[in-house]
Design a protein around this ligand. Structure first.
Ligand SMILES: NC(=O)c1ccc[n+]([C@@H]2O[C@H](COP(=O)([O-])OP(=O)(O)OC[C@H]3O[C@@H](n4cnc5c(N)ncnc54)[C@H](OP(=O)(O)O)[C@@H]3O)[C@@H](O)[C@H]2O)c1
Length: 278
């Protein structure tokens, strides 16, 4: 399956949907990621803290797909925000994957109380200039965090990866990203398969197009211009989740899904303004 792409402000081409890998580790993880690449995914999410950069790298290396056709992402954990530590962490990530570079490297969380995310981002920009990573980005950054890193470096993050699904649709964050030319990626796009998949509104939209609730939700992301990163273990689910480009939701259906927003819609109460992940 050929996946449509988005073009970031620096000209980077980003697939309209990617593959999440949280909890996929070891040989079984590598096999699962390899199947996802076989199914057609060309944007693979990972993180130093998932302890699976080895599995992701192995899957990419074993796949028959040309290296330049797959975007491999990793992320810098909060405990390594200090400059030299950040650089060593990126070097370790690249070594673990067994690839000669990573494509996207993100500051995983701003950890604003620690207050070193600008230093961390500066280190990633240096790693980019050394060729260790092709593009730098961020994750869980609020608008003020975006402004701080852009002001310090003049380098706009290619992506901001945030929690985003119909129970937490983030209109203000999406607008803030767009104003700055940052592509929004969605983590936990199907709410970690929670109640959202059984929501009657989702069921109704899905039934109208003869697709599954998960497909209706992922199509909603695509039409918002957000890149969802669903994680799925079986080849059937991996293919199902990719198959969202042959139908279109109406404006009414889009609004109905966005209208499911809940004040406490986060899956795990992780507010980047106060949440700390080290
Ligand atoms: N930047 C961050 O701070 C951050 C935070 C969280 C996650 N992430 C990234 O975002 C990715 C996705 O988020 P997530 O893994 O938390 O949640 P998710 O993708 O919203 O949901 C994953 C769950 O949905 C199930 N599932 C997948 N496809 C399905 C289908 N078609 N029908 C029914 N169930 C289905 C999966 O089950 P099976 O696996 O059993 O198929 C798994 O239990 C992560 O893997 C990670 O790469 C980033």
């Amino acid at each position: 399956m050929t996946i449509p792409t988005l073009t970031a402000q620096d000209g980077t081409t980003i697939p309209a949907i990617g593959f999440g890998t949280y909890r996929l580790r070891g040989e079984e993880g590598a096999d699962t990621v390899a199947r996802a690449i076989d199914a057609g995914y060309r944007l693979i999410d990972s993180a130093s803290s998932y302890e699976n950069e080895g599995a992701v790298g192995a899957a990419v290396r074993r796949s028959g797909v040309a290296r330049e056709d797959v975007l491999v992402t990793s992320k810098l954990p909060g405990r390594h925000h200090a400059h030299d530590d950040a650089v060593r962490t990126v070097e370790e990530s690249v070594l673990r994957t067994g690839l000669d570079h990573l494509d996207l490297y993100l500051v995983h969380w701003p950890n604003p109380r620690v207050g070193r995310f600008v230093e961390a981002y500066e280190a990633l920009v240096e790693c980019r200039d050394r060729g260790l990573v092709r593009h730098v980005g961020v994750s869980n950054f609020l608008p003020e965090h975006l402004d701080a890193v852009i002001a310090a470096t003049g380098v706009t993050p290619v992506v901001n990866q945030v929690e985003l699904h119909p129970y937490f649709p983030q209109p203000l964050q999406r607008a803030a990203d767009a104003e700055r030319g940052v592509v929004t990626e969605a983590w936990s796009p199907i709410g970690r398969a929670n109640d959202l998949l059984r929501d009657p509104v989702v069921a109704q939209v899905a039934a109208a197009h003869d697709v599954s609730p998960v497909q209706a939700i992922l199509r909603w992301h695509v039409q918002l211009g957000v890149v969802p990163l669903p994680k799925a273990s079986s080849p059937e689910r991996q293919r199902e989740n990719l198959d969202v480009f042959s139908f279109e939701l109406t404006t009414h259906e889009m609004n109905a899904l966005t209208g499911l927003a809940r004040a406490d819609g986060r899956t795990n109460d992780q507010d980047p303004a106060v949440y700390e992940e080290l």
